[in-house]
Design a binder for this molecule. Structure first.
Ligand code: GLY
Length: 361
């Protein structure tokens, strides 16, 4: 079997993230060491079903697992209660028990959907993450956040449940459409801003494709440390929301036509400009972050007004009473949680948009 990069996430229970080529076709033998003999329910979406489901099922069966499969229609708009209900009814019809296991095969939506189903089916069963997009590889497959969207907003119902293992097959990432790859690169750049020069400089080189395994491994290693120290997002883990307050607002204002990664990229750039404009940063930071995002083909601004973004952001779950915690990039490798009154958010966003033609904040 090829050599994989392995990162241990020391939560309770602990699990291993494996990163490398050819993992899907070897998933059966690899999971035998992570999961006791059981039935495997592979949950995926209609796009990934066509591409990878057969490979995964073949490997699982050859390793002695009994397998059943369920595919839901692809798209963020299907990350909802109706899809969850379809998955739960399927698991019940298949008589999956607490000693069995789910596999989340796909991008962020499949990971969130299957993870949340695993968290609530029979009050919680084991699951494995097999990310097939860069966004899922560098961020959402690790750390145990699972969620579905409600009509009122994104990820408003969810649970924390750590996976039993993560298998990240880098071969899947080589054929992603450019915009989908770029969306994942946004989360990698975000992690670089949090983590420091070693990862940020790798992202700055552009062309993440050439250092793919290294970038993913560094993102995962950084996130693993944060999650180990603050699994339930009581403090430090909130840093991982860098760019997300404005990013989620952009997604919402666009009726979710702007993908998550592209929205986070713009949100990150807006926060970097705001940090500089409000003298919260330790020096110039925005130009470097924006240049890095642009190198990945990502946006660094948005057409929406500060007012529209503020209103959308205040409906987000990051608000707590009359205050909201935002993540401020002070330098590469030094970000800070800043709690501000909700009444100041408009000014902060306006400052971040200030160099946009025709925008007065
Ligand atoms: N995506 C941010 C987190 O897992 O906390």
């Amino acid at each position: 079997m090829p050599d994989y990069k392995e990162i241990q996430v020391n939560t309770v229970p602990a699990y291993t993230v494996r990163i490398g080529p050819g993992l899907l076709k070897n998933c059966g033998p690899l999971l035998r060491t992570a999961v006791p003999p059981c039935r495997m329910a592979v949950i995926t979406d209609s796009v990934v079903e066509e591409l990878y489901l057969e490979t995964v099922v073949t490997s699982l069966k050859a390793a002695g697992f009994a397998v059943c499969t369920y595919a839901f229609p692809a798209g963020e708009e299907n990350k909802n209660l109706s899809t969850l209900s379809g998955i739960l009814e399927f698991l019940a019809r298949e008589h999956l028990t607490r000693t069995d296991c789910l596999i989340a095969l796909g991008g962020g939506v499949a990971g969130d959907m299957a993870g949340f189903a695993a968290a609530v089916y029979l009050r919680g069963i084991r699951y494995v993450q097999m990310p097939t997009t860069l966004l899922a590889a560098v961020d959402s497959s690790v750390g145990g956040k699972t969620a579905i969207d409600l009509e009122a907003g994104k990820n408003l119902a969810g649970a924390f449940l750590q996976p039993a293992a993560v298998l990240c097959d880098t071969d899947c990432l080589k054929t992603l459409p450019q915009a989908v790859f770029a969306g994942g690169a946004a989360e990698a750049v975000k992690t670089g801003v949090l983590c420091g020069e070693s990862l940020f400089a790798l992202c700055e080189k552009g062309g993440l494709e050439t250092n793919l395994e290294e970038v993913i491994a560094r993102c995962v290693a950084y996130k693993a440390g944060v999650v180990e120290r603050d699994e339930k997002e009581q403090g430090e883990r909130k840093l991982l929301n860098l760019g997300h307050t404005v990013g989620h607002a952009i997604e919402k204002c666009s009726g979710y036509s702007i993908p998550h990664g592209q929205a986070v990229a713009a949100g990150l750039a807006i926060m970097a400009r705001a940090a500089e404009g409000l003298n919260w940063s330790g020096g110039p930071v925005a130009a470097r972050i924006c240049a890095c995002l642009e190198k990945q083909g990502l946006p660094t601004s948005t057409e929406f007004s500060a007012k529209a973004l503020e209103e959308a952001a205040l409906a987000d779950k990051k608000r707590s009473g009359d205050s909201i915690t935002i993540v401020v990039p002070k330098r590469i490798g030094a970000c800070e949680l800043v709690k501000i009154p909700v009444s100041e958010l408009l000014f902060v966003i306006g400052t971040g948009l200030a160099d946009r033609p025709g925008q007065e904040g």
